[in-house]
Design a protein around this ligand. Structure first.
Ligand SMILES: C[S@@+](CC[C@H](N)C(=O)[O-])C[C@H]1O[C@@H](n2cnc3c(N)ncnc32)[C@H](O)[C@@H]1O
Length: 333
């Protein structure tokens, strides 16, 4: 067994504060499919997380992970850098430039995507097939841009027309400014003569051999299956409304209840859109809906929630009104 230490990105400590070791450990255990214990160590005044592995190749998934800035092999007092293979298809400013109230943290989003996709039975065998993901409450697109960065085709639905427009405008400007080859169109969606909203459709080629597809609808997530028709996704990954006001005047209890009610109505729709063997990954505020109650909703919709090992170790405090957790549930093959 060789000793390694991980240097966390400074932002990971800001997002997860004192919970960074536990969350990074749980993510890594899910990516590596084995128990991982990460022990905080301080070397020359710098904090690291220590772990052991037989072979550095075992640690390759760290490059996908959300928190590691660098990996070193530890040899007594010496640290030898070990290259991390990053899957990233775009610069990280694709996800870091947009800043707005209600944005889901980028690193947390990467963790959410990783732990959801890894839960699918196909995750062990599918390469080089590229999974497609749907964020049915996509806001201004943090999951979409993070999913693109990781190399997936991404799809979204968002009720707030201003958020939809903001994402479309950002993407158009970003791709032009970075001179990334792309096509991007926003068109009205009509069914039976009725105006239902808009659809963004884009194809993006950061390199000649890499091309990704983006589709986003403005509309109600409960209409998602109607909007997407027969399309099916490998994963539905979303950060649910927190029951927190960004400018709303209703009381906190009613907002909590409305977030829970939305999930109860929307989850059966999203399950319909999942491929057999696909996974649902949900981040939500447990103050408005308990984990057992959310698990029950997913069971009733035909999924199997993963309530064991590192999948139960992803909850963390965000602030006094938000305790955020992740529930991952799989659709039978
Ligand atoms: C926690 S936010 C997601 C933020 C997003 N991950 C981001 O970083 O931009 C939840 C989103 O759900 C959207 N939403 C709430 N109810 C919805 C509904 N019925 N249909 C579609 N979107 C909805 C809200 O407008 C909000 O953008």
């Amino acid at each position: 067994m060789t000793e390694y230490v991980i240097l966390l990105a400074p932002s990971a400590n800001r997002v997860y504060t004192d919970q960074a070791a536990r969350l990074t450990g749980a993510e890594l255990a899910i990516l590596l499919r084995r128990d991982v214990s990460l022990d905080p160590v301080t070397l020359a005044g710098v904090d690291y997380l220590a772990l052991t592995a037989d072979d550095p190749a075992d640690l390759a998934p760290l490059g996908f992970g959300s928190a590691a800035l660098a990996l070193y092999r530890r040899d007594g007092d010496h640290l030898l850098p070990v290259p991390l293979e990053r899957p990233d298809a775009f610069d990280d400013d694709l996800v870091t430039i947009p800043k707005y109230a209600g944005k889901t943290n980028e690193q947390f989003t990467r963790l959410l995507i990783n732990v959801t996709l890894a839960a699918r039975p196909a995750a062990q065998t599918e390469r080089p097939r590229r999974p497609s993901i749907l964020d049915p409450l996509c806001g201004r697109g943090t999951t979409l841009s993070t999913g693109l960065t990781l190399g997936y085709d991404v799809n979204g639905v968002e009720l707030d027309a201003a958020a939809f427009e903001a994402y479309a405008a950002f993407l158009r400007t970003y791709l032009r400014r970075k001179r990334i080859k792309h096509s991007l169109e926003v068109n009205p969606v009509r069914r039976d003569g009725r105006h239902l909203g808009s659809r963004l459709e884009a194809t993006v080629a950061p390199r000649p051999d890499r091309q990704f597809k983006i589709t986003v609808f403005s509309g109600d997530t409960r209409q998602s299956a109607f909007l997407y028709g027969k399309r099916r996704f490998d994963a539905v990954i979303t950060d649910a409304p927190y029951g927190i006001a960004h400018g709303s005047h209703s009381g906190p209890r009613s907002r909590d209840r409305s977030a829970a009610a939305l999930l109860a109505e929307a989850i059966p729709v999203w399950v319909e859109q999942l491929r057999p063997g696909g996974a649902l990954g949900l981040a939500w505020n447990t103050h408005g809906l308990s984990r057992p109650d959310l698990a029950e909703i997913t069971i009733k919709a035909g999924l199997t929630p993963l309530d064991h090992g590192p999948y139960t170790d992803l909850g963390h405090r965000v602030d006094s009104s938000i305790h955020r957790d992740i529930l991952v549930a799989v659709k039978p093959d």
